[in-house]
Design a protein around this ligand. Structure first.
Ligand code: ZN
Length: 167
């Protein structure tokens, strides 16, 4: 029964996923390039001209739903797009790569996607910080949080976080 419910939810999710629809050719997009697993195309609401999105062709709502190999392909494609932005003629003095994982992080379409967009001085885009940002934590505070993250990474399957800790 639980399995049936999960399947039903997934079907609804896929039926209403904008990115799955465009992968299936049900929506018009401006394609930059694709591989068997990854598609790069123009964002319809660009931060700056040249703003691209890189997505897995297979539905994956969140970052954790991507296997590391696929995530690597998405980043590699994002790097190629970033390099092209610098030479293709759009205004580009720098590039941001941005992936919003979950609603609180600004994710609006729940099919994982990497934004790749050109930046230039005075383009009006920026990150907003809380006042706390300007109060630097102590080394002890940083070490404490690092310890918690390390422990969480050890506890999660497929962890790659222990390599540089020496423990
Ligand atoms: Zn999807």
């Amino acid at each position: 029964m639980a399995h049936y419910s999960t399947s039903t939810c997934r079907k609804v999710e896929l039926d209403t996923c904008v990115f799955c629809e465009l992968v299936a050719g049900k929506r018009s997009i401006s394609v930059i390039g694709e591989t068997a697993d990854v598609l790069a195309f123009m964002d319809i609401q660009p931060v700056n001209p040249g703003h691209a999105l890189v997505i897995p062709k297979r539905h994956a709502p969140y970052l954790a739903d991507l296997d590391p190999e696929l995530a690597g392909q998405i980043l590699a494609t994002g790097m190629r797009v970033a390099a092209a932005l610098r030479t293709c003629g759009v205004r580009c003095e720098g590039v941001n790569l941005f992936l919003a994982d979950r609603e609180a992080a600004g994710q609006e379409i729940f099919h994982a996607h990497l934004h790749v967009f050109p930046r230039f001085a005075g383009d009006g885009f920026g990150l907003k910080f809380s006042p706390n940002y300007f109060v630097l934590p102590s080394r002890a505070d940083l070490d404490e949080v690092a310890k918690h993250i390390r422990n969480a990474m050890r506890a999660s399957p497929g962890s790659t976080g222990n390599r540089r800790t020496g423990s």
